[in-house]
Ligand binder design. Structure first.
Ligand code: CP
Length: 336
Protein backbone atom coordinates (compact mmCIF):
# COMPACT_ATOMS: atom_id res chain seq x y z
CA UNK A 1 0.00 0.00 0.00
CA UNK A 2 2.67 2.49 -1.03
CA UNK A 3 2.25 6.24 -1.01
CA UNK A 4 5.83 7.05 -1.87
CA UNK A 5 5.54 6.99 -5.64
CA UNK A 6 8.60 4.73 -5.82
CA UNK A 7 9.05 3.24 -9.25
CA UNK A 8 7.69 -0.26 -9.38
CA UNK A 9 5.30 0.31 -6.49
CA UNK A 10 2.09 -1.65 -6.42
CA UNK A 11 -1.24 0.10 -6.44
CA UNK A 12 -3.39 -0.51 -3.39
CA UNK A 13 -6.87 0.73 -2.56
CA UNK A 14 -6.98 3.85 -0.40
CA UNK A 15 -8.28 3.12 3.10
CA UNK A 16 -9.83 5.84 5.15
CA UNK A 17 -10.55 3.54 8.10
CA UNK A 18 -7.93 1.81 10.22
CA UNK A 19 -7.83 -1.91 9.34
CA UNK A 20 -6.06 -2.71 12.62
CA UNK A 21 -9.06 -1.63 14.69
CA UNK A 22 -10.01 -2.77 17.24
CA UNK A 23 -6.48 -2.63 18.65
CA UNK A 24 -7.35 -5.30 21.22
CA UNK A 25 -8.03 -5.07 24.91
CA UNK A 26 -5.01 -2.96 25.86
CA UNK A 27 -6.01 0.64 25.22
CA UNK A 28 -4.31 1.92 28.38
CA UNK A 29 -1.06 3.27 26.84
CA UNK A 30 0.67 -0.13 27.05
CA UNK A 31 4.20 1.07 26.27
CA UNK A 32 4.16 4.38 28.12
CA UNK A 33 7.53 4.89 29.81
CA UNK A 34 8.83 1.48 28.76
CA UNK A 35 12.06 0.50 27.05
CA UNK A 36 11.96 -1.27 23.69
CA UNK A 37 14.83 -3.73 23.83
CA UNK A 38 13.66 -6.94 22.17
CA UNK A 39 10.84 -8.29 20.06
CA UNK A 40 10.23 -10.74 22.91
CA UNK A 41 8.34 -7.90 24.61
CA UNK A 42 5.60 -7.99 21.96
CA UNK A 43 2.66 -10.33 21.61
CA UNK A 44 0.08 -10.28 18.83
CA UNK A 45 -2.19 -7.84 20.66
CA UNK A 46 0.73 -5.44 21.13
CA UNK A 47 1.66 -5.72 17.47
CA UNK A 48 -1.86 -4.94 16.35
CA UNK A 49 -1.72 -1.88 18.58
CA UNK A 50 1.65 -0.73 17.17
CA UNK A 51 0.47 -1.25 13.61
CA UNK A 52 -2.82 0.51 14.28
CA UNK A 53 -0.95 3.55 15.57
CA UNK A 54 1.52 3.33 12.66
CA UNK A 55 -1.44 3.32 10.28
CA UNK A 56 -2.77 6.48 11.93
CA UNK A 57 0.67 8.07 11.60
CA UNK A 58 0.77 7.24 7.92
CA UNK A 59 -2.60 8.86 7.33
CA UNK A 60 -1.58 11.95 9.29
CA UNK A 61 1.68 12.32 7.36
CA UNK A 62 -0.21 11.98 4.08
CA UNK A 63 -2.73 14.58 5.24
CA UNK A 64 -0.63 17.20 7.03
CA UNK A 65 3.04 16.18 6.84
CA UNK A 66 3.86 16.93 10.44
CA UNK A 67 1.90 17.72 13.58
CA UNK A 68 2.56 18.60 17.20
CA UNK A 69 1.86 15.37 19.09
CA UNK A 70 5.34 15.38 20.68
CA UNK A 71 5.90 19.15 20.77
CA UNK A 72 8.36 19.94 23.54
CA UNK A 73 9.75 16.38 23.65
CA UNK A 74 13.38 15.64 22.84
CA UNK A 75 14.96 12.48 21.45
CA UNK A 76 18.65 11.69 22.01
CA UNK A 77 19.83 9.68 19.01
CA UNK A 78 23.00 7.86 20.10
CA UNK A 79 24.71 5.80 17.40
CA UNK A 80 28.02 4.02 18.07
CA UNK A 81 27.72 2.25 14.69
CA UNK A 82 26.93 3.66 11.23
CA UNK A 83 23.32 4.03 10.18
CA UNK A 84 21.34 5.73 7.46
CA UNK A 85 17.78 4.40 7.70
CA UNK A 86 17.39 3.89 11.43
CA UNK A 87 18.95 7.18 12.47
CA UNK A 88 17.29 9.22 9.71
CA UNK A 89 13.86 7.67 10.20
CA UNK A 90 13.92 8.20 13.97
CA UNK A 91 14.95 11.81 13.39
CA UNK A 92 12.24 12.27 10.77
CA UNK A 93 9.71 10.55 13.04
CA UNK A 94 10.48 12.88 15.95
CA UNK A 95 10.43 15.97 13.78
CA UNK A 96 7.20 15.01 12.02
CA UNK A 97 5.67 14.68 15.48
CA UNK A 98 6.79 18.20 16.41
CA UNK A 99 9.64 17.13 18.70
CA UNK A 100 13.36 17.70 18.37
CA UNK A 101 16.51 15.61 18.30
CA UNK A 102 19.98 15.61 19.86
CA UNK A 103 21.98 13.70 17.24
CA UNK A 104 25.14 11.93 18.42
CA UNK A 105 26.19 9.78 15.52
CA UNK A 106 29.87 10.63 15.61
CA UNK A 107 30.55 9.28 19.09
CA UNK A 108 34.26 9.90 18.50
CA UNK A 109 33.52 13.59 18.83
CA UNK A 110 31.63 13.08 22.08
CA UNK A 111 33.04 12.24 25.51
CA UNK A 112 32.91 8.57 24.52
CA UNK A 113 36.30 9.32 22.91
CA UNK A 114 37.60 10.24 26.38
CA UNK A 115 36.56 6.86 27.70
CA UNK A 116 33.11 7.67 29.05
CA UNK A 117 31.09 4.55 29.80
CA UNK A 118 27.72 3.75 28.24
CA UNK A 119 25.90 4.06 31.61
CA UNK A 120 27.35 7.52 32.15
CA UNK A 121 26.58 8.59 28.60
CA UNK A 122 22.90 7.60 28.79
CA UNK A 123 22.52 9.10 32.28
CA UNK A 124 23.92 12.32 30.87
CA UNK A 125 21.66 12.35 27.83
CA UNK A 126 18.53 11.71 29.85
CA UNK A 127 19.19 14.99 31.68
CA UNK A 128 18.42 16.66 28.36
CA UNK A 129 16.11 14.26 26.51
CA UNK A 130 12.87 12.35 27.09
CA UNK A 131 13.80 9.17 25.17
CA UNK A 132 17.07 7.67 23.92
CA UNK A 133 17.55 5.65 20.74
CA UNK A 134 20.74 3.60 20.97
CA UNK A 135 22.76 1.63 18.42
CA UNK A 136 25.84 -0.09 19.81
CA UNK A 137 28.13 -2.89 18.59
CA UNK A 138 27.78 -5.07 21.71
CA UNK A 139 25.01 -7.56 22.35
CA UNK A 140 23.10 -6.53 25.48
CA UNK A 141 24.19 -2.89 25.32
CA UNK A 142 20.63 -1.57 25.11
CA UNK A 143 19.63 -3.67 28.12
CA UNK A 144 22.65 -2.34 30.02
CA UNK A 145 21.72 1.24 29.13
CA UNK A 146 18.13 0.58 30.25
CA UNK A 147 19.37 -0.64 33.64
CA UNK A 148 20.85 2.75 34.30
CA UNK A 149 18.46 5.09 32.50
CA UNK A 150 15.19 6.39 33.95
CA UNK A 151 13.95 7.47 30.53
CA UNK A 152 12.93 4.95 27.84
CA UNK A 153 15.71 3.32 25.81
CA UNK A 154 14.90 2.12 22.30
CA UNK A 155 17.28 -0.52 20.93
CA UNK A 156 18.32 0.47 17.40
CA UNK A 157 20.57 -2.59 17.03
CA UNK A 158 22.90 -4.19 19.59
CA UNK A 159 25.71 -5.92 17.74
CA UNK A 160 24.58 -9.28 16.38
CA UNK A 161 21.78 -9.39 18.94
CA UNK A 162 18.50 -7.74 18.01
CA UNK A 163 17.08 -4.88 15.97
CA UNK A 164 13.52 -4.82 17.26
CA UNK A 165 12.26 -1.68 15.53
CA UNK A 166 13.49 -3.05 12.20
CA UNK A 167 11.61 -6.30 12.82
CA UNK A 168 8.46 -4.36 13.68
CA UNK A 169 8.68 -2.40 10.45
CA UNK A 170 9.47 -5.58 8.52
CA UNK A 171 6.38 -7.27 9.88
CA UNK A 172 4.29 -4.15 9.23
CA UNK A 173 5.58 -4.27 5.64
CA UNK A 174 4.48 -7.90 5.28
CA UNK A 175 1.02 -7.13 6.68
CA UNK A 176 0.60 -4.06 4.49
CA UNK A 177 1.90 -5.73 1.34
CA UNK A 178 0.31 -9.17 1.73
CA UNK A 179 -2.61 -8.50 4.06
CA UNK A 180 -1.94 -11.38 6.46
CA UNK A 181 0.83 -13.44 8.06
CA UNK A 182 -0.73 -16.82 8.83
CA UNK A 183 0.04 -19.43 6.19
CA UNK A 184 2.96 -17.60 4.60
CA UNK A 185 6.21 -19.19 3.54
CA UNK A 186 8.96 -16.70 4.36
CA UNK A 187 12.47 -17.28 3.04
CA UNK A 188 15.33 -15.62 4.91
CA UNK A 189 18.41 -15.42 2.70
CA UNK A 190 22.05 -14.54 3.27
CA UNK A 191 23.80 -13.81 6.55
CA UNK A 192 21.55 -15.52 9.07
CA UNK A 193 24.32 -15.85 11.63
CA UNK A 194 25.21 -12.20 12.18
CA UNK A 195 22.10 -10.58 10.73
CA UNK A 196 20.32 -9.15 13.77
CA UNK A 197 17.35 -8.11 11.65
CA UNK A 198 16.62 -11.73 10.74
CA UNK A 199 16.99 -12.82 14.37
CA UNK A 200 14.34 -10.35 15.47
CA UNK A 201 12.06 -10.95 12.48
CA UNK A 202 12.18 -14.75 12.81
CA UNK A 203 11.12 -14.44 16.46
CA UNK A 204 8.21 -12.17 15.57
CA UNK A 205 7.08 -14.40 12.71
CA UNK A 206 7.03 -17.39 15.04
CA UNK A 207 3.98 -15.85 16.73
CA UNK A 208 2.07 -16.83 13.59
CA UNK A 209 1.53 -20.04 11.66
CA UNK A 210 4.37 -19.55 9.16
CA UNK A 211 6.87 -21.74 7.35
CA UNK A 212 10.47 -20.51 7.41
CA UNK A 213 13.04 -21.34 4.76
CA UNK A 214 16.57 -20.48 5.83
CA UNK A 215 18.99 -20.15 2.94
CA UNK A 216 22.64 -19.40 3.73
CA UNK A 217 26.19 -20.67 3.34
CA UNK A 218 27.01 -23.23 6.03
CA UNK A 219 29.11 -20.82 8.07
CA UNK A 220 26.31 -18.22 8.14
CA UNK A 221 23.48 -20.42 9.41
CA UNK A 222 21.02 -19.16 11.98
CA UNK A 223 22.47 -19.50 15.52
CA UNK A 224 21.43 -22.96 16.86
CA UNK A 225 19.72 -21.60 20.02
CA UNK A 226 17.44 -19.41 17.89
CA UNK A 227 16.77 -22.29 15.49
CA UNK A 228 15.78 -24.50 18.45
CA UNK A 229 13.55 -21.71 19.80
CA UNK A 230 11.69 -21.46 16.48
CA UNK A 231 11.23 -25.20 16.20
CA UNK A 232 10.04 -25.42 19.81
CA UNK A 233 7.41 -22.80 18.92
CA UNK A 234 6.13 -25.13 16.20
CA UNK A 235 7.54 -23.32 13.17
CA UNK A 236 8.22 -25.56 10.18
CA UNK A 237 11.84 -24.78 9.28
CA UNK A 238 13.90 -25.95 6.31
CA UNK A 239 17.60 -25.04 6.03
CA UNK A 240 19.41 -25.18 2.68
CA UNK A 241 22.18 -23.50 0.71
CA UNK A 242 20.51 -22.99 -2.67
CA UNK A 243 17.72 -20.45 -3.12
CA UNK A 244 16.41 -22.42 -6.13
CA UNK A 245 15.33 -25.21 -3.77
CA UNK A 246 12.70 -23.01 -2.09
CA UNK A 247 12.11 -20.01 -4.35
CA UNK A 248 9.03 -21.41 -6.10
CA UNK A 249 7.14 -21.76 -2.79
CA UNK A 250 8.23 -18.45 -1.31
CA UNK A 251 5.64 -15.79 -0.48
CA UNK A 252 8.09 -13.34 1.09
CA UNK A 253 11.80 -13.32 0.27
CA UNK A 254 13.85 -11.42 2.87
CA UNK A 255 17.39 -10.83 1.62
CA UNK A 256 20.25 -9.75 3.88
CA UNK A 257 23.75 -8.43 3.42
CA UNK A 258 26.78 -10.52 4.40
CA UNK A 259 28.15 -8.32 7.17
CA UNK A 260 31.85 -7.90 6.61
CA UNK A 261 32.24 -5.93 9.86
CA UNK A 262 31.16 -8.96 11.95
CA UNK A 263 33.77 -11.39 10.60
CA UNK A 264 36.86 -12.13 12.70
CA UNK A 265 38.52 -13.82 9.71
CA UNK A 266 38.25 -11.83 6.47
CA UNK A 267 39.13 -14.93 4.42
CA UNK A 268 35.83 -16.41 5.60
CA UNK A 269 34.08 -13.25 4.43
CA UNK A 270 35.72 -13.44 1.02
CA UNK A 271 34.54 -17.04 0.67
CA UNK A 272 30.87 -16.21 1.19
CA UNK A 273 30.49 -12.66 -0.12
CA UNK A 274 28.45 -12.59 -3.27
CA UNK A 275 27.01 -16.03 -2.50
CA UNK A 276 23.55 -14.86 -3.52
CA UNK A 277 22.52 -12.23 -6.04
CA UNK A 278 18.88 -11.53 -6.84
CA UNK A 279 18.57 -10.37 -10.43
CA UNK A 280 15.95 -10.28 -13.16
CA UNK A 281 16.45 -13.99 -13.83
CA UNK A 282 15.78 -14.81 -10.16
CA UNK A 283 12.62 -12.73 -10.23
CA UNK A 284 11.48 -14.45 -13.43
CA UNK A 285 11.63 -17.75 -11.56
CA UNK A 286 9.90 -16.38 -8.45
CA UNK A 287 6.14 -16.44 -7.81
CA UNK A 288 4.16 -13.56 -9.29
CA UNK A 289 2.81 -12.61 -5.88
CA UNK A 290 6.13 -12.79 -4.02
CA UNK A 291 7.20 -9.79 -1.93
CA UNK A 292 10.93 -9.02 -2.02
CA UNK A 293 12.36 -7.32 1.07
CA UNK A 294 15.77 -6.23 2.31
CA UNK A 295 16.59 -4.15 5.42
CA UNK A 296 19.37 -2.36 3.49
CA UNK A 297 22.09 -1.32 2.97
CA UNK A 298 22.58 -3.70 0.07
CA UNK A 299 26.04 -4.35 -1.28
CA UNK A 300 25.27 -6.33 -4.39
CA UNK A 301 22.72 -8.91 -3.10
CA UNK A 302 19.93 -7.39 -5.17
CA UNK A 303 20.74 -6.10 -8.62
CA UNK A 304 19.42 -2.60 -9.33
CA UNK A 305 17.56 -3.95 -12.38
CA UNK A 306 15.13 -5.53 -9.88
CA UNK A 307 14.13 -2.16 -8.39
CA UNK A 308 11.43 -1.55 -11.01
CA UNK A 309 9.78 -4.92 -10.33
CA UNK A 310 6.52 -4.28 -8.44
CA UNK A 311 7.44 -7.14 -6.12
CA UNK A 312 10.50 -5.22 -4.90
CA UNK A 313 9.18 -3.75 -1.64
CA UNK A 314 12.42 -2.54 -0.05
CA UNK A 315 11.95 1.17 -0.61
CA UNK A 316 8.34 0.97 0.57
CA UNK A 317 9.70 -1.01 3.54
CA UNK A 318 11.88 1.99 4.48
CA UNK A 319 8.89 4.29 4.37
CA UNK A 320 6.85 1.95 6.58
CA UNK A 321 9.74 2.31 9.04
CA UNK A 322 8.98 5.99 9.47
CA UNK A 323 5.39 5.29 10.52
CA UNK A 324 6.33 2.45 12.85
CA UNK A 325 8.99 4.58 14.55
CA UNK A 326 6.54 7.50 14.86
CA UNK A 327 4.15 5.06 16.54
CA UNK A 328 6.81 3.75 18.93
CA UNK A 329 7.95 7.23 19.96
CA UNK A 330 4.38 8.33 20.57
CA UNK A 331 3.70 5.17 22.56
CA UNK A 332 6.72 5.28 24.88
CA UNK A 333 6.08 8.99 25.48
CA UNK A 334 2.45 8.32 26.37
CA UNK A 335 0.87 10.11 23.42
CA UNK A 336 -0.59 7.21 21.43
N1 CP B 1 18.15 -1.36 8.19
C1 CP B 1 19.04 -0.64 8.91
O1 CP B 1 19.20 -0.82 10.14
O2 CP B 1 19.70 0.30 8.18
P1 CP B 1 20.78 1.31 8.76
O3 CP B 1 21.96 0.49 9.21
O4 CP B 1 21.10 2.24 7.64
O5 CP B 1 20.16 2.00 9.95
Amino acid sequence: MPTSGQSGSRSHPARSDNPYLPFGDRRDAPFYGRDILSVRQFDKVDLRYVFGVAHEMREMVARVGSFDLLKGKILASLFYEPSTRTSASFTAAMERLGGSVIPISEVHYSSVAKGESLPDTVRTLECYADVIVLRHPEVGSAALAAEYARKPIINAGDGVGEHPTQALLDLFTIVEEVGHVDGLTVTLLGDLRYGRTVHSLARLLSLWDVRLRLVSPKILRLPPPLLSELIARGVEVVECEQLEEVLGDTDVLYVTRVQKERFENLDDYERVRGAYVIDAATMAAAPEHMVLMHPFPRVGEIHMEVDVDPRAAYFRQMEYGLYVRMALLAMVLGKA
